[in-house]
Design a protein around this ligand. Sequence first.
Ligand code: SF4
Length: 407
Amino acid sequence: MKRDVTVGGNTVLNDAMNRINDWYNTFGPNQRFAVWGCSDFAEQLVCNLKEDLHFAYMIDRDEKKEGTDFCGLKVHKPDYLNQDRDVKIIISNTYMGTRVKIANQLQSMGFEENKDYTYAELVLSIYNWKMHEKIVSQYVEISTTTLCTLNCKNCTAYMPYVTKKYHVPLQELQQGTDFYFESIDYVGRFRILGGEPMLYPDLNAYLEYVGSRYRSRIGELCIVTNGTIPIKPELLNLAVKYDVTFFVSNYSKSGHPLATEKHYEDFIKVLKENHLRYYFSDSQKWLSLGNPKEFSRDLKDVTLPEKFNDCRHYCRSIVGNRLFLCATWAFAVLGGVYTQSVEPFIGKEILDLKEFSQVNKEERFHKWFEYDIEMKLPNGYLDFCKYCNGFGSKNTCFVPVGEQKER
Ligand code: SF4
């Protein structure tokens, strides 16, 4: 199997089934695996496949982690691999810039891609299919509203440019979710977000819907919030009932009166008191995706396939009955920022989940593999890559966190 990680690389073989079988001949059962990167995704991988695979240990470049335990596995530094040349290595990081750096380091140590090392999403997808006939994805999100309490200049959901301010009808969310779970068996992380989801009047009803029908098919059920609105008791009860994880971002540097350090202290205190799992993102800087109306002027010397391959943003998003490969495009469609029709891209760059769920399972898996895992696209990029700087290493446009734009 050939799967380039370097910028500009393209998968060259055509048949998904052959590629999967080739991969399985190298990375199939009876191998020992070392997982590189103590990441959320590594945790998902190890928890999901610990009965099927022999995970031997973790590798991490962070020296502070050396000798500690991660998911019951000992963490070693990369040079430990020099004394264990037979182990197969799984790179768990999903950010392309980091993946390329790790791949380069492994190559400099004499390890080869598709012989000695591979990627976590391939392991998760192929093993679940081969061993359990399950179609598994690592991640999806769904937006409930385009309204937000903040108005960040460089919001990746394009809040300052949104022309369609509305709450997505509950029935539309439910239907899209149903078609998603008719299409695949399991997702590692399912995130409910906005805008700001705490503004969504049917958040409790939607959470109850997802929790009661699909909780056993979701690894981590999450709500993503800017933390400016306190959690109401009924939502708190549902969050406890369905074991919800909160993703809270710290916008205190924005200077907005609803986003003070005190707000975040109080917000986190409530989560802790209720024993709810949470991630508190305290970024020092953001990457600007640019103004979508200015046609990605910041990266005009980079071709679109180069930009896409450098980014390969792993962030699937359900909008209506459709699945977008990249949430940035999904946000732009939802908020009326992308004003063209998406019809020409259905079945090529965007999946129609209603149709896809009707495809027979074996064919569906192979199509899913090409789309979700390999990200094979007819043009080698998404139409929205024309309007977006992306999350790749070529985008060096860093900006302050949460800078507000006047409404
Ligand atoms: S639209 Fe932007 S974020 Fe999405 S894949 Fe293209 S460059 Fe990356």
